[in-house]
Design a protein around this ligand. Sequence first.
Ligand SMILES: Cc1cc2nc3c(=O)[nH]c(=O)nc-3n(C[C@H](O)[C@H](O)[C@H](O)COP(=O)(O)OP(=O)(O)OC[C@H]3O[C@@H](n4cnc5c(N)ncnc54)[C@H](O)[C@@H]3O)c2cc1C
Length: 458
Amino acid sequence: MVLAGTRGSTDAPAYRAALDLLASGRYPFADIARAVGRRIPHGRSRAEGRSRMSNAEGEWRAEVVAFLDGNARLRTGLGDWSATSVHDDPAEEHEYFERCRAWQQTVFDHGFAGITWSPEYGGRGGQSWQQAIYREEESRYDVTSGFLTSTIALAGAALHGHGTEDQQERYLRPLLRGDEVWCQLFSEPDAGSDLANLGTRATLDGDQWVVTGQKVWTSGAQHADLGILLARSDPDAPKHRGITCFACPMQSPGIEIRPLRQITGSAHFNEVFLSEVRIPADAVIGEVHGGWTVGRAVLAAESAMIGGSTRFDPVVELLRVARARDRTSDPRVRQAMATYVARERILGILRERLRRDIRCGARPSVDGSVMKLLWSQARTARGELAVMLLGADALADDGTDPDPRFWRVELLSRYWGSIGGGTDEVHKNHVAERVLGLPREPRIDLDQPWSTGRPIGA
Ligand SMILES: Cc1cc2nc3c(=O)[nH]c(=O)nc-3n(C[C@H](O)[C@H](O)[C@H](O)COP(=O)(O)OP(=O)(O)OC[C@H]3O[C@@H](n4cnc5c(N)ncnc54)[C@H](O)[C@@H]3O)c2cc1C
């Protein structure tokens, strides 16, 4: 449950007072809202408020807050270490990564990592609503597990859904604690949106697979111990049916990682070249030639994770920038701010709806592509709005104020949101087909052998 106006608040005593009320289970929603000094938003009835306040939720939230209070400090603003994930100096980038890892290890060691995972693999065996509450609470503190959050979600989806018992035993615990880091070796120069067209070849040689090809856009490969690799194991089968998924050790001979420097100055992703890399047969995740099913599970986990993520409260931060620069009476600023806030509000309501579905054990009532699209559009809009507020300061700053650098990076990173995790256009296609029931795009190559669609020599 989200208390009105408490997200991102640094008013810890008021928040805790509200928690106490919540934990007692005796007070109606209005009293809790009053305790944090805010009004209940229109449209939320007392009855609804009451029904959402179970003792179990209150107790769990209090337990989570006790852990966070004991191990982290509340967010103060964009100068916090956890607010900026983009670093152009490789040493700073490495330090940031290790700080994220140290936080994940703290979370694990206190029993709050993998809340829905089985205790056998270091999880808590809890419910999805507990995970949702944990995320809400953690977002108020100056902490993050950064890239590890995505690697755990993605590799976790592959291994939980398709790994053998031995693989789960071997990989899940170190993955969850951040002791072993995974990257995603899917995209290639000729296979992004049309991922099933991938051409990295895997050939069986005795009890080993020999893999040769090139991957691109591989986030975090420079930190990774293992990669979830998709490779073409049967070129004569139709493109979706001749792919195998592997757990690929990144230190294997034949792997070369070349960083790609982005417009922000950081090298978040890489090219990865694989030259006759030998992978043992027992590293296949799922069925041989059945890797597309594993890949789809990973991609579904990726869009759900991206669409649901929040690092800071952009509305609070943008309002702060507008007030600090005395721009709140400018009608253009007011108009742009109103449009932006409406956008964020819609996203927030949908997130809350998804959380409620999760808590009730219901099927998600909002399509993952809708969330991903709204999120990437909001991300683009907030960078543009911030730069409009900052004016020339967005480019010319002396480094003492965290705002210009933060928002400049936010603007320059807009394509991360609209390309990474599937492009906006491709998610629009999904919405058209899955949500609106429009005719599917023509797929003429579905039943043809993959090799017949390749240029000669490829
Ligand atoms: C920040 C970031 C991190 C990433 N991390 C990883 C990673 O760790 N591992 C990994 O494997 N990949 C990663 N990717 C790659 C990402 O998944 C791909 O970039 C994405 O799938 C798009 O593929 P592409 O770049 O090849 O574009 P293309 O597929 O070549 O698309 C080019 C253009 O054509 C449009 N287009 C393509 N097909 C259609 C269609 N059917 N209908 C309408 N328009 C279409 C696209 O929208 C796009 O505008 C990352 C990307 C980013 C930006």
